[in-house]
Design a protein around this ligand. Structure first.
Ligand SMILES: Nc1ncnc2c1ncn2[C@@H]1O[C@H](COP(=O)(O)OP(=O)(O)OP(=O)(O)O)[C@@H](O)[C@H]1O
Ligand SMILES: [Mg+2]
Length: 357
């Protein structure tokens, strides 16, 4: 018997895409979220399960422990907080779940931006110049970004991923505010958001890549430091090679996104970050023949699939409609993050929310 799958944090397009990938593959999908309004709950491929907030880590883990699944189930946390909570509870959950990410002793290092940068340097991969003290900002040249080493809690608290600072006093203030998140300061790599390249992959436990996708963002919201609004598939050998090299250095296995920014000053691809999980626009990889949730599911369920790489088409992905922003219509055919012919409700719900605004 095939196990079911569990997708955790289905509030937005990342979780929704995972639900659809697995559901279309005939997998029974439990969708877990602590918000009734979670978009993924509206998918016809999902069985909605309202959970405690992952911030209440013990209650959240107990909830997962109590689910009747019938067989050990692949579990797909789509954001850092539930991912870290689940990985930290690896022992408690290990009999009931199969994980597309490494054990916490390996993962905790990957979830530290400082360690990611150190690993990249060790592997000979270009990174933005960075430091762990605010006084070093002057040498980096403004603007700089002050970011947390661990993203847990930061985004919720400050409503952003990093502070962009133009002066030394701004850096001092940002460091003071972010103190408990082990802040670091980084030079801002010039160039537009279309210079942000991604390797998306699934690596089996023995390290073999079973799915490889490469693409770049075309637009972020908000621009500069934001999340993907429009993306495009494009294969760049250097991005794939150095991304894989970094994942090996970090001893990562499972699903991930490695993001680089192409530095227009010297053409080097500098590390932005590693996300050891599905990322916001992984639905584009699926549309390009690299269905990462499905690949991970099959591998974890003992049906190891043949390795696949992205096909050569320059497909696009977009969140066409967002409240308070102009539509990001692309020339068809392209993948919309919400609309799907075989699963209309999420788009209808989103449209109703837009109209209500
Ligand atoms: N040094 C840098 N130079 C230029 N842009 C940067 C730099 N660091 C981060 N960014 C921009 O900010 C975005 C988010 O930063 P980062 O990836 O570090 O945050 P995050 O909170 O881990 O994001 P995510 O939610 O995607 O995991 C990046 O995609 C990139 O556009
Ligand atoms: Mg991240």
């Amino acid at each position: 018997m095939r196990p079911p799958a569990v997708v955790v944090d289905v509030g937005w397009v990342n979780g929704l895409a995972a639900i659809r990938s697995l559901g279309r593959a005939g997998v029974d999908v439990h969708a877990v979220d602590h918000r009734r309004s979670a978009l993924g709950f509206r998918s016809r491929y999902a069985r909605p399960l309202l959970s405690p907030d992952p911030q209440d880590e013990d209650a959240f883990v107990s909830f997962l422990e109590s689910l009747e699944l019938g067989a050990p189930a692949p579990i797909f946390p789509t954001h850092d907080e539930p991912l870290n909570a689940i990985a930290r509870a690896g022992e408690r959950l290990g009999e009931r779940y199969l994980f597309p990410f490494p054990r916490w002793d390996v993962l905790s290092r990957i979830q530290s931006k400082r360690s990611q940068l150190e690993a990249a340097e060790k592997a000979g991969i270009a990174v933005p110049r960075w430091a762990t003290t605010s006084s070093a900002a002057d040498e980096l040249g403004y603007p700089v970004l002050v970011k947390p080493s661990s993203t847990e809690g930061f985004k919720r608290r400050f409503g952003r991923q990093a502070f962009r600072c133009e002066t030394r006093p701004e850096v001092e203030r940002a460091f003071a505010e972010a103190e408990e998140y082990e802040p670091l300061v980084q030079e801002f790599i010039p160039g537009g958001d279309e210079e942000l390249y991604t390797l998306g992959s699934y690596l089996a436990a023995d390290g073999e890549p079973l799915g490889l996708f490469c693409g770049r963002k075309l637009r972020q919201t908000p621009p500069g430091v934001g999340t993907c609004r429009v993306g495009e598939a494009v294969w760049v050998e250097e991005v794939v090679d150095q991304g894989l090299r970094l994942l090996r250095e970090l001893r990562h296995t499972g699903l991930s996104q490695v993001e680089f920014k192409r530095d227009p000053r010297d053409g080097a691809y500098r590390l932005m970050e590693v996300n050891p999980r599905l990322w916001q626009w992984h639905g584009l990889a699926t549309a390009c023949g690299v269905d990462l949730p499905r690949i991970a599911f099959e591998d974890l369920a003992g049906e190891r699939p043949d390795p696949v790489s992205m096909n050569g088409r320059r497909r696009r992905w977009a969140i066409t409609l967002l409240p308070g922003e102009r539509p990001a219509l692309q020339r068809p055919p392209y993948v919309d993050a919400v609309f799907a012919r075989d699963d209309l409700k999420p788009a209808l719900v989103q449209a109703a929310r837009l109209l209500r605004r």
